[in-house]
Design a protein around this ligand. Structure first.
Ligand SMILES: [Zn+2]
Length: 118
């Protein structure tokens, strides 16, 4: 189970999810997808993997309204797939910068100037 983020809306309707999951299964059988896997490269980390180690990842997740089409699916290693969760590409960037969740604790300022007894 992927990590749930409460600030992400994942209420894509069931019909959309079922349709796109079915399309993903068909796309996995296509010569185009096999050619993507044959390149052996993870879209996210750029690592080289045997085709069997790569999974199909949706750039915009199906649960977020993404479609199973060539422009939206990429080969992805298991580690990257697990860490991506249901975030869109823009949200992943914000998340990596610690900017995605306004409710999160802000990082403490460096070298706090005003200690006790100053
Ligand atoms: Zn990767």
């Amino acid at each position: 189970m992927r990590e749930a983020r409460t600030w992400v809306e994942t209420t894509a309707d069931d019909a959309h999810v079922r349709r796109e999951r079915a399309k993903a299964r068909a796309l996995r059988q296509s010569a185009w997808w096999r050619a993507q896997l044959a390149k052996g490269r993870c879209h996210y980390c750029g690592g080289t993997f045997p085709p069997a180690e790569l999974t199909m990842d949706h750039l915009v997740p199906v649960a977020r309204g993404g479609r199973s089409e060539r422009g939206n699916v990429v080969p992805c290693c298991r580690a990257c797939n697990a860490s991506k969760g249901c975030l869109t590409p823009a949200e992943q960037i914000l998340d990596s910068l610690g900017l995605a969740d306004p409710a999160a604790e802000p990082a403490p300022p460096e070298g706090g100037a005003e200690g006790p007894g100053a």
